[in-house]
Design a protein around this ligand. Sequence first.
Ligand SMILES: [Zn+2]
Length: 83
Amino acid sequence: MEKDFTYCISCGMPLREKKDYPCGDESKNFCVHCGDEKGNLKSYDEVLKGMSGFFQKEQGVDEHTAQSIAKTVMAKMPAWKGL
Ligand SMILES: [Zn+2]
């Protein structure tokens, strides 16, 4: 049976391998993109910025659109729910 993987509580990225975790720490429940160099979860604004940049690059949308997509995605994530 395949090992279940979890999703990053901050951005929803699947956490499949050690390299997906911040500092390779598999006890974390967020991904390498949402963790800082010490393995702590980044702030809302930092994650939002990173995710907006990702959407701009991946989907070719402008900054404003990318940010509103990122906000919509993050609003559903356990780490940012209710913010
Ligand atoms: Zn993440």
